[in-house]
Design a binder for this molecule. Structure first.
Ligand code: GLN
Length: 453
């Protein structure tokens, strides 16, 4: 049934880059066989999921939604996807995304925009599903799959989840192995689940996470049984409301939903306290230096020799082949990030930009540390607005970057953060609320999310 829905919705949503119905069926057959033999089944036994096309999948094209990787078929499997298959999940297909996970609306994909299944009341204009995990959010929101993988470097799980009324959690940096995930900004990249609710996210995260010696920043910690610890009772828990997140330019609908969230958590027994994260306003500029800097280094490997596309004009030498391949293979947003990244890393500007951004990053981590002396979990909006029509921000990169204003602080600090649905705005569009936890305290984040949902 899911395979049929994926095929039927492709023209309308463009959520998938390739469908792999046979993989989903194989997993279902394997579960049937294991059940017949009386074997214990994995936590995700028989669950068909969508895989963001940033995860390397053995024998299945992996593109990061870029022309430069078109036709690249990995000979290896990412650790996260391998963990999911081990737990019994099956793959419905590879999901569309912003090219190299750079974007907030899924408009930078070489394979075309993803279209949100939502519409504003009284309008048929196509809306952005958020980004970069826009294929994942659209597919789960449209119920093409019960769950999907996402990755979050500066909000790419949380913002699309908020835009489409689903739940998504970015765990503590290092919980999920980065091995086999196309690298964007390695010190920020983190995989996580996107699903219909908190419980499904907890089940899936347990299957994705775990120590991996192949990733040097992988956390060598046992994966907690988050599902066993799920409990929406907030009594004795303190919820911090960061005063600097009351920013100009935030929709009144968003502020109202934030107040609702405060009331729901108070009703669940929580004590509400105001906290301060004084360096919040520097988070976005610091992120847009650190992330492009790392990206410019990570993307140097796409040279026309090793993967996917090669553009070799007649009589071209090696340098000319690199240039031609990159010119043809990278999209505009990717080129913009590479140029920003190489600029802030260049000898003359390194101290002024890159080092300064790293210092800001430390201050932001310290802000959170200080705030968590006074609270157990932080509640904030996920985004400053609800979903917007496709095309509305696509030629204004700064307006697009502003979408990430509430998401990037937790990314810079490596903290677990989740977006949960929090009702609809005046136009009938979904809004999300964000819960940010202490490092390693996914349980606290999930439980507060459960109290809201
Ligand atoms: N929207 C942000 C960016 O464009 C975040 C991307 C992400 O988390 N992958 O960089």
């Amino acid at each position: 049934a899911f395979n049929a829905n994926v095929a039927a919705a492709q023209d309308a949503l463009n959520a998938f880059i390739v469908a792999t119905p046979e993989k989903a069926l194989e997993a279902a057959d394997a579960v049937d066989a294991a059940r017949a033999k009386g074997e214990t089944l994995g936590k995700m036994a028989g669950v068909p999921i969508g895989m963001k096309d940033l995860f390397a999948t053995q024998g299945v094209q992996t593109t990061a939604a870029s022309h430069i990787l078109e036709g690249f078929t990995p000979e290896y499997e990412s650790t996260v996807s391998a963990n999911l298959w081990k737990a019994g999940a099956g793959m419905l297909g590879k999901l569309n995304l912003d090219q190299f996970a750079m974007g907030s609306s899924n408009e930078t994909s070489y394979f075309g925009n993803v279209i949100s299944p939502w519409r504003k009341q009284g309008s048929n204009a196509a809306l952005a599903p958020g980004g970069s995990s826009g294929g994942s959010s659209a597919a789960v929101a449209a119920r093409l799959c019960p769950a999907a993988t996402g990755t979050d470097t500066g909000g790419s799980i949380r913002q699309p989840a908020a835009f489409t009324g689903i739940t998504g959690i970015k765990p503590t940096y290092g919980r999920c192995s980065r091995w086999g995930i196309v690298a964007f900004a390695s010190s920020l990249d983190q995989a996580g689940p996107m699903a219909r609710d908190v419980t499904d996210c907890a089940i899936m995260l347990e299957s994705m996470a775990g120590f991996d010696p192949k990733d040097s920043t992988s956390l060598d910690l046992t994966v907690p049984e988050w599902t066993d610890g799920l409990d929406p009772d907030m009594s004795g828990r303190r919820v911090g409301i960061p005063k600097e997140y009351r920013m100009e330019g935030t929709d009144s609908d968003i502020l109202e939903s934030w107040d609702n969230g405060i009331a729901w958590l108070r009703d669940a027994g929580a004590e509400i306290v105001e906290v301060s994260l004084p360096h919040t306003k520097y988070a976005l500029p610091a992120y847009y230096i650190v992330a492009p800097a790392e990206a410019s280094s990570n993307l140097a490997r796409y040279d026309g020799v090793r993967y996917g596309l090669r553009d070799l004009p007649d009589g071209a030498n090696l340098q000319e082949m690199y240039a031609a391949t990159r010119a043809a293979g990278f999209g505009d947003e990717v080129k913009r990030r590479i140029m920003i990244g190489t600029y802030v890393l260049s000898a003359g500007f390194y101290d002024a930009y890159y080092n300064q951004a790293q210092r800001v990053r430390t201050l932001i981590s310290q802000d959170f540390k200080a705030a968590f002396e006074h609270c157990d979990v932080i509640l904030a909006p996920t985004t400053p607005t609800a979903s917007f029509p496709l095309g509305e921000n696509s030629d204004d990169p700064l307006a697009m970057y502003l979408n990430d204003v509430f998401a990037v602080p937790a990314s810079l600090a490596g903290l677990p953060a989740m977006s949960v649905p929090a009702g609809l705005n005046k136009d009938g569009l979904p809004l999300g609320l964000q819960l940010i936890g202490k490092a390693f305290d996914e349980q606290g984040v999930l439980n507060a999310g459960l109290a809201i949902e």
